[in-house]
Write a protein that binds this ligand. Sequence first.
Ligand code: PGA
Length: 247
Amino acid sequence: MRKPIIAGNWKMNKTPDEAAALINDLKPLVASAQAEVVVCPPATDLAAAAAALAGSNISLGAQNMDYHDSGAYTGEVSADMLLGLGVKYVIIGHSERREYYAETDETVNLKVLKALEKGLTPIVCVGEKLEERESGVTAEVVRKQTKLALLNVAQGDVAKVVVAYEPIWAIGTGKTATSDDANNTIKEIRAAIKEVFGNVAEEVRIQYGGSMNPKNATELMAMSDIDGGLIGGASLKAEDFSKVVNY
Ligand code: PGA
């Protein structure tokens, strides 16, 4: 019922030329993928990426956007600007943005609402810090982040949202949550959505992210509630990313 979605989060890597080269390498390797495939290059690469992606089965995503329509917000990028480049997805509330750029549950929520209003699909990131995991509050943390991110989302829009569960201690560290742990936490996220929005929670795709790679993708993707992956490091090499996509 839920079509798997594998997205590459390139973070602050690749120039426009490098982005086009990576996409050209990737296209033939994922051409027969069963999953939905998304790449999220830096904003400065989106135009080059869109050109390289033309006619392929790979969709374009951005890593962030502002929640205002336009105006005096130096350095920011709006939903309309992304749409104008053919962007379909936007990562919102990645833990690096929450930690280094002061994103809060409130700004994450405003961005989710703006993305949906404009017709972009938000990939909303939630996840616990190491000390939260060690204190046994992982479920509370992700439940709260999820409910606050989805505050005031229209009932009819809920199924469009993609959630990425990314335990912060697993990002870029080579440490992965066990597939059971990841699946259980994703079940908590789905239960939290269900408490607010009801059975439509069963339609929401929830990805795992955090050191997901060609070696662990098969096992993670076999779990009942893991509907895809948000891939950082392993998305920067066409061969690695394609192996995750073709898990
Ligand atoms: P990683 O990053 O795959 O390099 O751990 C995932 C992410 O931050 O989205």
